[in-house]
Design a protein around this ligand. Structure first.
Ligand code: NAD
Length: 443
């Protein structure tokens, strides 16, 4: 805590997601929170945010190269480190921050494989520090209403869940242009993306996963698939190419923020954010089906496809007293680095809940409208993170390391299952998850 009584935050990873935490600290929670340091491997992205903060009228925030992370902690003495780096490095900073006496907040996914997950849980046991995983989807009004209805017993005891997640050729394709296309950086979409979905199901049905079986493959993107369909792959990335006839092309130079955040910083780290979705080097799947059995007996049937004409999801819960269906339709969706305001109409987010009682007439449930990113989830979560007295959380939407682990472990187990063709027991991947059957019994 600063002498002025403000909680001190340092951030590592100053890419597209950083404003989710920086903006509320500057605009809304400046009285109670203080940003004391920024850290990244790329000096141009650090400079981008340093300048942006100055333009917002904020005090000068010192920046640090990633190699100087420990020095940043020692000299700025944050209470809490916010981790918004590439997924594969979350564990390094979470663990280091805790070993140096800080709490940590990490973007989802908590980490990308079981070894790193075990290392984080060991560190929490060793240090007693606190880790929050920012599952913003839980905070949207639609998902919250679903949780409320299930908790109230509207369809009785849940027996079976179906979740079909659709990523389109804008947002879905984007994962195949960026670092996310490499499994050792993101854990694949099973971890990077599905962590949201598995977390929602775990939380909706209040259950801990037990066994996972999955099949996945790269069926649409990648050179091999393109050439099999007779498409000629002419370039590795889009910059500098004639891409007028390529609907998958992304022009980083066209957008000021993309230019500043990714195109100009390339000279420092060689990272290309606009790789050809039909190029070489993709090691993740775009087509995935997974079965999960929970410790409560519930079975989840999940699918994720990343090349579809529309974006959103359908989830249905079959219970002893009826069926509940929830659908979200997302607009053309987000390109990282764009704000909600810039996206405007594109950000449109429609959702509906229909309840089918066992012997009664089906009816629709009203869902409140909410402003802000991810269906209104982002601002609600920001309030919980930064406010000194946040609103009560009757639906248990805040998540710590246990619940963070329960979600990624499904995707991690699915990745093992994709490789071996065998079912995987979550307990074998992470004994420290314990024996609880209810998610709400995990931190
Ligand atoms: N909750 C959500 O809805 C949501 C949305 C977008 C992103 N995210 C998460 O936010 C995180 C960041 O994603 P992004 O879209 O900002 O990606 P990004 O590529 O825009 O930014 C990642 C940043 O990490 C930095 N980095 C890379 N390696 C590093 C290292 N070893 N040490 C320190 N910094 C390093 C990069 O230079 C870059 O500035 C990811 O974990 C992602 O899963 C969450």
């Amino acid at each position: 805590m600063s002498q002025n009584g403000k909680k001190r935050y340092a951030m590592v990873g100053t890419g597209g997601r950083a404003p989710m935490f920086l903006d509320p600290l500057v605009e809304t929670y400046g009285e109670v929170g203080d940003l004391v340091g920024l850290c990244d491997v790329n000096p141009a992205r650090l400079e981008h945010y340093r300048r942006r903060l100055a333009e917002m009228g904020y005090h000068d925030v010192p920046t640090w190269d990633a190699a100087e992370f420990d020095r940043m902690i020692e000299s700025t003495k944050p209470d809490c480190v916010i981790v918004t780096t590439v997924d594969a490095f979350h564990h390094e900073y979470v663990i280091r921050a805790m070993d140096l006496g800080c709490d940590a907040i990490t973007e989802k996914p908590m980490t990308i494989d079981d070894e790193k997950c075990r290392a984080i849980l060991d560190c929490i046991e060793r240090t007693g520090r606190n880790l929050r995983v920012t599952f913003n989807y839980r905070w949207g009004p639609g998902p919250t209403r679903v949780r409320e209805l299930i908790q109230e017993g509207t369809i009785g005891e849940i027996i079976h869940v179906d979740l079909d997640y659709l990523l389109n050729t804008s947002h879905g394709a984007d994962y195949f242009r960026r670092w996310h296309r490499e499994k050792d950086k993101s854990g694949g979409l099973m971890v990077h993306k599905a962590t949201h979905h598995f977390d929602l199901v775990n939380w909706w049905i209040d259950a801990v996963p037990e066994t996972v079986f999955g099949m996945g493959r790269l069926a649409f993107y990648g050179r091999e698939n393109a050439e099999r369909r007779g498409l000629e792959v002419k370039y590795d990335r889009y910059a500098g190419q004639d891409t007028v006839d390529d609907p998958f092309a992304l022009d980083l130079a066209e957008d000021e923020k993309m230019r500043e955040l990714y195109l100009e910083p390339e000279k420092h780290d060689g990272y290309h954010r606009d790789q050809n979705v039909f190029g070489d080097g993709i090691t993740i799947e775009d087509t995935m089906s997974v079965l999960v059995r929970y410790r409560t007996g519930v079975v989840l049937n999940y699918s994720l496809n990343a090349y579809l004409p529309r974006e959103g999801f359908n989830v249905s819960f079959n219970g002893t007293k009826g069926r509940l269906e929830y659908q979200e339709i997302h607009g053309s969706h987000i390109i990282a680095g764009q704000s909600t305001e810039e996206l405007g109409e594109e950000m449109s987010w429609e959702s509906q809940i229909v309840v089918h009682p066992m012997f009664g007439k089906a009816y629709k449930i009203e869902i409140e409208e909410a402003e802000g990113g991810h269906g209104g989830g982002d601002p609600m979560l920001q309030e919980q993170i930064f406010a000194t007295s946040p609103k009560p959380d009757p639906w248990g939407r805040n998540a710590g390391h246990g619940q963070g682990a329960a979600s990624i472990l499904i995707g991690i187990a699915a990745n093992h299952s994709f490789r071996t063709g065998l079912p995987v027991a979550i307990r074998d991947l992470c004994p420290k998850l314990g024996d609880a059957s209810r998610l709400s019994d995990l931190p």
